[in-house]
Structures are given as C-alpha cells and as structure tokens.
Design a protein around this ligand. Structure first.
Ligand SMILES: [Zn+2]
Length: 308
C-alpha cells in the first residue's frame, strides 16, 4: 500500500492509496484534497485535527468523481474516500463530498439518536464553505439549501416518529432527507440566532472554533445533549440546548420559508433570488458566505461560473 503526506491548511494529511493510481492521478487527487481541505478550513481558518488520516480507495463505479466518503473515527481520525480518478480535477473540486466529510471531523460522533446533528453540521457547512471558497456562488448556495429543505419537507413518510426516534432508523426507513435537512435547518437557525440575538461577533464558526479548542478531545461528550451543552459553554449562554430539545421532538422538517425570507432569500418559481439592500437580515446573509473574507489562494472562484 503506497502512502505519503501533504500539508493542508496547517494540518498534515497522511495519505494511503488503495488500489493502483498513476503518478499523474495521485498528483491530481492531491490537488483536490488540498483544495477540499482549504475549503473546509474556511470554517475558521484551520482544520480541527493534525495529523488527519486520508485513505483514497479506487472506485470504478458510477456516481461521479467521489461516489462515497466515510469518516474514520478509530485511532488516527480522518476520512476514507472512494474515488473514480477518470474525472478531471474540475469535477473533483466542484464535488461537495470531501468538504462534507472533513466537516464531520470538527465534532465527535454524537451517536445514532443524534446523527441528525452530525449530518446537519456537515450539510450546512458544505454549502456555506463552498460559497466562501468561490466554488459556488452565494446564490447557488442558497438555492441548494432551499432545495434541500424542500426535500426534507417532502420526506414525510414517518411523521409519527420524532426526529430523535427516526434518526437511529434513518437507513432502515430511508429517511435520509428529513434527518439531514432537519439538522441543516437546526444549524442555520442556530447560526442566525447567534449572530442576531447574542451578537457581539458570535457566529457558529466561532462556537465551533471554541469547541475544538476546549472540548473536541473530551471523551465524555458522547451524545447530542452533551455536545450542545459544550457549545453553550463556549458561548456562555443557553442558545443550543433549548433549540436542540425543540428540534429533536419535531415530527416534520420545519418550514424554513420565514427565516429565508428574513435573510433576503426569495423564491420565484422554484428559483432563489437574493434580495439586496442594507437590511440587517441581508447583511447577516452576506456574512455567512463571506466568512474569513478571503478566497482560496490559487483556486479562488476559478470555476464559479462553470458550476453556477
Ligand atoms: Zn455525513
């Protein structure tokens, strides 16, 4: 098994190649991993672990450049990617899988009943961070969030089960959309609450950064309530726990229309339009996808038009 390492946003990626990859394929995939890592580091400037284990496994199946990714939680944590190296670099960097999987590493696994939190954080940030990196436009990010919330709302076949009861049965019932997008709704709502109500420069970015600094390695955080209590500990206010207790009892994906409207995201015929102007909701929306205020060096925005 071939191996190697690259430095990505200050963290070492320990690479293992499974299956045979030519040198040029390896070079291309290293550029993709570099880009995905820098995009994920757009959360607050760094990745949450160092080193990070990356296993790249050759796949020939259909399903795009990265048909599947899976977080590795034991020993040295990281991600296993199944890749089809026949796709060009542009297809890899436009793909969201790697950003999604890397975001999982910012928090511990909260267990099956709270898998909606874990998938929600990764799904929320994959869109926000790809917009920050210029991989997709701000409008495209909101289009994807809007469409995802719609898929979550239409996934209503198990309306007799609360989100907490449905989460451990997600695979068996096929309720991926309601679980993923309820979690995404939760983190969007929490981020807006932090920025609007708590104020003082608070954002989900800053809470995750604080959490990684104080608590990521604390073994006693094993469920959603523990995780949300730790997030509240970072803020010094009860923001996450009350929202978490409400969400886990929901019997349907919440309607995000009113919140999107407040942020100046309007929808006409299924197509998102961003309202401009100086309102506080619009400013807040722009800050979400601006993040650190810089695009990736060498990559920033180069394929924005193509993807959009
Ligand atoms: Zn995931």
């Amino acid at each position: 098994m071939a191996s190697g390492s690259i430095l990505v946003a200050g963290s070492e990626f320990n690479l293992s190649w499974r299956g045979s990859f030519s040198i040029s394929e390896q070079d291309k995939l290293k550029l993709w991993l570099q880009h995905a890592g820098e995009t994920a580091a757009g959360l607050y400037g760094e990745l949450p672990r160092n080193p990070i284990r990356i296993v790249v496994q050759r796949s020939t199946g259909s399903g795009g450049p990265v048909p599947f990714g899976q977080v590795i939680r034991r020993d040295l944590q990281g991600v296993r990617f199944y890749v089809n190296p026949q796709y060009p670099l542009e297809s890899f960097t436009a793909d969201w899988t790697a950003v999604h999987e890397l975001v999982h590493l910012f928090i511990p696994y909260p267990g099956e009943e709270d898998i909606w939190l874990s998938e929600g954080l990764a799904t929320y940030y994959q869109n926000v961070l790809q917009a920050r990196a210029g991989v997709i436009s701000e409008r495209r990010a909101w289009q994807k969030l809007y469409e995802g919330f719609g898929r979550g709302e239409r996934d209503d076949g198990y309306g007799h089960l609360s989100l907490q009861a449905l989460s451990p049965r997600m695979r068996e019932t096929g309720s991926f959309m309601r679980v993923y997008w309820s979690g995404t709704a939760f983190f969007l709502e929490a981020d807006v609450l932090l920025r609007e109500r708590v104020g003082g420069g608070w954002s989900l970015d800053r809470v995750v950064q604080g959490f990684v600094g104080c608590c990521l390695e604390r073994r006693y955080i094993r469920d959603g309530l523990g995780l949300m209590s730790a997030f509240d500990g970072v803020v010094g206010e009860a923001v996450f726990v009350p929202l978490y207790l409400r969400y886990r009892e929901l019997f349907a994906q919440p309607d995000m229309g009113p919140l999107l409207g407040r942020l100046g995201v309007s929808v006409v015929g299924g197509r998102v339009r961003l309202v401009d102007g100086g309102g506080s909701g619009v400013r807040l929306r722009r800050e979400l996808t601006r993040g650190l205020g810089s695009s990736l060096s060498g990559f920033g925005g180069y394929n924005q038009n193509k993807v959009e």
